[in-house]
Design a protein around this ligand. Structure first.
Ligand SMILES: NC(=O)c1ccc[n+]([C@@H]2O[C@H](COP(=O)([O-])OP(=O)(O)OC[C@H]3O[C@@H](n4cnc5c(N)ncnc54)[C@H](OP(=O)(O)O)[C@@H]3O)[C@@H](O)[C@H]2O)c1
Length: 325
């Protein structure tokens, strides 16, 4: 079978597309024939050893898949060949077949297609955990989403609207801002061209925003904290712009506000029942048309390196998905 493989640390150009041995389902595992594998920003980091997980080489990138169960290992109950499933893998999805722990499978509703289903776990999962659980967003709150046109950001815009919030989408460039409006943002700010703190204050009548969902970090974090309202919640989600920011603690004192970390990958492991409920809520909303995940393009599996390069170059709105089968 074919796989995209990282054999040496480096950018997308170091990835190879090669024949590898087919996986065999061990105890408690199933083999899933991958139909769609959604890519994320962390795929740009994991191959250069700059991500929180550093898998042993050789490994495949690709952290989330949708596919069909092909075979089951000893001790697996309640899953059968032919079942359509979704799985969050951390890495290893960019290959035609993947061995997955049966406990990590999420059943996929018939009404979903594989491409859409593959792109729900990481970004929508993080958004619902981050905004509803950690951020305690309630109807009438104002939420500022930083990096709003990216995968995590797009999901956060949509989930914020689902929770009844007013959304200020912050991104760069006319095209990305238009995209943010098209997915439901009430207001938009170009944080590369405008004063982020001033615009967020102006758009809230000087009060500040109730919640910041920050996927970019770096130089955007400080003005976003300064634009947080009394008792606001600033959610630390990611650092796509590079530097991990340092925030002066006096800002928290003056605003009675919170900085709250969002670590969806650990939430999944530590709070599996909550994760299962969140996935059902997300999938129901997609099936009913209340969430509309945006996949900018699908590519054949062999083009995974080019797709990862596009994400690194900041050229993607929503998600890129690679397909097999
Ligand atoms: N905490 C968690 O559990 C969790 C879960 C999922 C993702 N994340 C993190 O969230 C961040 C975003 O992930 P994603 O998959 O949504 O990425 P993405 O689709 O690539 O989006 C990132 C956005 O960041 C903006 N950006 C600003 N400066 C950038 C730069 N120098 N390079 C690249 N992008 C830049 C880009 O928008 P503009 O061009 O409009 O600025 C881009 O749309 C990552 O750091 C990821 O690791 C965290």
């Amino acid at each position: 079978m074919k796989a995209v493989v990282s054999r040496v640390a480096g950018g997308p150009e170091t990835l190879t597309f090669e024949d590898v041995a087919e996986p065999v389902a061990g105890p408690g595992e199933v083999v899933v024939a991958m139909r769609a594998c959604a890519l994320n920003f962390f795929d740009t980091l994991i191959t250069v050893d700059r991500y929180q997980f550093k898998p042993e080489r050789p490994f495949s990138p690709g952290g989330e898949i949708a596919g069909v169960v092909e075979s089951i290992g000893p001790g697996v109950d309640g899953v059968a060949p032919g079942d359509r499933v979704i799985a969050y893998l951390k890495w290893g999805g960019a290959r035609e077949k993947v061995a997955v722990a049966a406990a990590d499978l999420v059943p996929m509703p018939d009404a979903l297609d594989f491409v859409t289903a593959s792109a729900l776990c990481v970004t929508y999962g993080t958004a619902i955990h981050g905004l509803a659980d950690r951020g305690e967003v309630k109807p009438g709150d104002t939420v500022a989403v930083l990096g709003a046109a990216g995968g995590a950001g797009q999901a956060a815009v949509e989930i914020s609207k689902l929770l009844g919030a007013r959304v200020i989408a912050c991104a760069s460039g006319v095209e990305k801002l238009a995209f943010c409006r098209s997915i439901g943002a009430d207001e938009v700010v170009d944080y590369e061209a405008e004063d982020l703190k001033r615009r967020l204050k102006d758009l809230t009548g000087g009060r500040g925003v109730d919640v910041v969902y920050d996927t970019v970090g770096d130089r955007f974090a400080d003005p976003a904290v300064r634009a947080t309202a009394w008792r606001g919640r600033y959610l630390v989600v990611g650092f796509a712009a590079g530097e991990i920011p340092k925030i002066p603690l006096n800002l928290l004192l003056l605003k009675g506000c919170d900085l709250r970390g969002v670590f969806w990958g650990d939430h999944v492991v530590r709070e599996p029942a909550a994760f299962a409920g969140e996935m059902r809520r997300i999938m129901d909303a997609v099936v009913e048309g209340r969430l509309r995940p945006h996949v900018q393009a699908t590519r054949p599996l062999a083009e995974t390196p080019a797709a990862i390069a596009e994400i690194a170059a900041r050229r993607v709105k929503g998600k890129l998905v690679v397909t097999a089968g």
